[in-house]
Design a binder for this molecule. Sequence first.
Ligand SMILES: NC(=O)c1ccc[n+]([C@@H]2O[C@H](COP(=O)([O-])OP(=O)(O)OC[C@H]3O[C@@H](n4cnc5c(N)ncnc54)[C@H](OP(=O)(O)O)[C@@H]3O)[C@@H](O)[C@H]2O)c1
Length: 329
Amino acid sequence: MKKVAVVGCTGAVGMTMVQLLEDTEYEVVCMASERSAGKRLKAGSRDYLIEAFSVEGCAACDIVFLCVSGTFALEYGERLAENAYVIDNSSAFRYHQEIPLLVPPINGQRYKGEKLIANPNCSSAIALMVLGPLHQAFGLDSVIISTYQAASGAGQPAMLELREKARSFSDYGDHDDSEQFAHNLAFNVIPQVDSFEANGYTREEMKVVWELRKVLDEPVLAISTTAVRVPTLRSHAESLSLRFKKPIQSLEQVRTLLRVAPGVEVLDEPSRGVYPMPMTSTYKHAVEVGRIRYNLIYGEHGLDLFISGDQLLRGAALNAFEIMQLITP
Ligand SMILES: NC(=O)c1ccc[n+]([C@@H]2O[C@H](COP(=O)([O-])OP(=O)(O)OC[C@H]3O[C@@H](n4cnc5c(N)ncnc54)[C@H](OP(=O)(O)O)[C@@H]3O)[C@@H](O)[C@H]2O)c1
């Protein structure tokens, strides 16, 4: 039986990882900081004793999922990979050329036996499930993405703050005292996720640009993004405006292609109110895609789509799980 460590098991991604492993044959070791050591973590029918993170504890495992910060991953990632396969959820290694950044159904063939693997940003991972098959069929020429990102994208404490602020909200003009976001998120929309870069884009926006290019192996693909935090708890939604090299014969051709794409569910009956939403995509393994239409500017060379995917599951833990299945068959 393979032994798997989840480091950061009390966090938003770590907890989802532990839940995902619940019904599998893996032996799971739950690790977090000293603050959590000795406490218990319940996942379905299983009840784990949380251990304090240690390099030695991880060395006794076959696979280590790092669900902690980038700083933590930079400090320990490479050392841990001397003894185990390490799948890192942070952005610490994603842009290192020699470290694979994997979305298995899209670029799994890129894997060449490395011990340290990077898991993509959640917005990137969700978009790639849909962009991968479309790129293969029609050849992407340019990509414009606007994201609608849930509170849990900023971690477990951020989700708790949104719940608390929603409960205590009285009116606009309330004191703006968020500890987790740039401003209070309840009943608000914030056009800032992460810090600003010199070019006026946020780091979150640039992550999507760099990661899409790396996973699709298109180093100069034209991409522009706007990342927005919205007051949902879980699941990121994204609007995609795509221009292709090849013309698209019909929208039915697109729906048919996406219906058979792994990890994608087509929900596209707008007249019946059927389209992707966080309300329906949360806890789902597939990314929902709908509102499929020709882009009014690019004509038959362009598509507009709306997608929604559980960023803790499809965008993080499930992708990490699929990486594990790929690298340790
Ligand atoms: N949230 C998302 O949607 C998402 C999606 C994709 C990737 N990511 C990335 O995944 C990582 C985790 O994010 P998150 O949202 O799950 O964060 P989170 O909810 O804030 O959880 C952080 C986890 O790290 C643990 N931790 C902190 N310091 C530690 C230490 N010294 N030793 C061991 N464990 C320590 C915490 O344990 P304690 O409870 O003991 O402090 C907690 O379990 C981040 O790099 C993030 O960028 C997040």
